[in-house]
Design a protein around this ligand. Sequence first.
Ligand code: NAD
Length: 328
Amino acid sequence: MDRVLITGGNGFIGSHLAERLEELGHSVTLFDVHFNGNTTSLRGPKIRGDIRDYPVVKDAVAGHDAVFHLAAVSRVAWGQMDPYTCWTTNQLGTLNVLEACRKSESRPLLFYASSREVYGEPQYLPVDENHPKKPLSVYGMTKLCAERACGSYSDPSLSPAVNPVIFRFSNVYGSERDLPERVIPKFMTKALHGEDITLYGGDQVLDFTYIDDTLSGILKAFAASFDGGSGVPGQEFHFVTGRGVSVSDLATMIVGLTGSSSRIIQSPPNNFEVRRFVGDPGKSPSRHGSSGRTVLVGRPADRPREVPLRGKGKILGSRHQLRHVLRR
Ligand SMILES: NC(=O)c1ccc[n+]([C@@H]2O[C@H](COP(=O)([O-])OP(=O)(O)OC[C@H]3O[C@@H](n4cnc5c(N)ncnc54)[C@H](O)[C@@H]3O)[C@@H](O)[C@H]2O)c1
């Protein structure tokens, strides 16, 4: 059994990860600025604290074997609205975690939650982990700088060095705990209420990844890190499906599946948003078998399908449970 700390542990990914780790028998401590119903079923300690507060972070990290650092201003739009909070939380917060790991006698393994936003607008598709990093948004820049801080703490001349594993997540979906402002929950809510769905440049293509696939990738990397390492510490992995879905097709699919009367309205794109991202899952599956088990499907019937569908889509839950599951 390992003693695991999850920063941002009350959030969408962190709370699901904590459940899975507890099921596997690990002892899980959560760290977050606030706690709600997401984590009431979890047994481990909950530390209420701010990731920007080094002494608090240092105490929280002490005694753990692994730290998953997920606490962040976690949306591109929020970074544009409040860059200072985004920078201090994502950059200083990560620095605090790195320094606390370096100082901790328990020498925890660190897993950092970055984002596909670090790549910016792709120069080629599908994007692999070595793609140039030119983020467009404040959020993407904070994530890239935090990655660089992780890299600098891996320097062997630091004694001791921290050798973090970097995960780059890509539009994770599939739970009522997701932020209501994110694209799938937002479209679902609008569709269920019959409200207009506005697309800010509907030709945007994204690689949506299902929460269970993301978690299985994280857990495989975690297990491999403790199993003699297999080269995982110090590595970077993105969790992607390798399939792009346009936001406009997504909206049409959700309206169709909910039988909604919502209209889909076109609006100009934002200049800080990546227009087209499809990731290359080659590295992750070969090492961890993590990606692409679940894909968003359900293209409008009048369009050619690139992917043969072997299952059928279903929506679980009510207006308050925006779990959108479409399985291959
Ligand atoms: N969900 C995605 O599609 C996605 C994609 C790419 C990257 N990520 C990254 O993965 C991580 C988890 O994402 P998520 O979807 O669970 O986000 P989330 O917003 O649900 O969770 C983030 C958590 O961090 C906490 N937090 C924010 N500021 C804090 C602070 N100052 N101190 C302590 N805690 C603080 C929040 O309260 C929240 O519980 C984030 O770092 C995010 O940037 C997520």
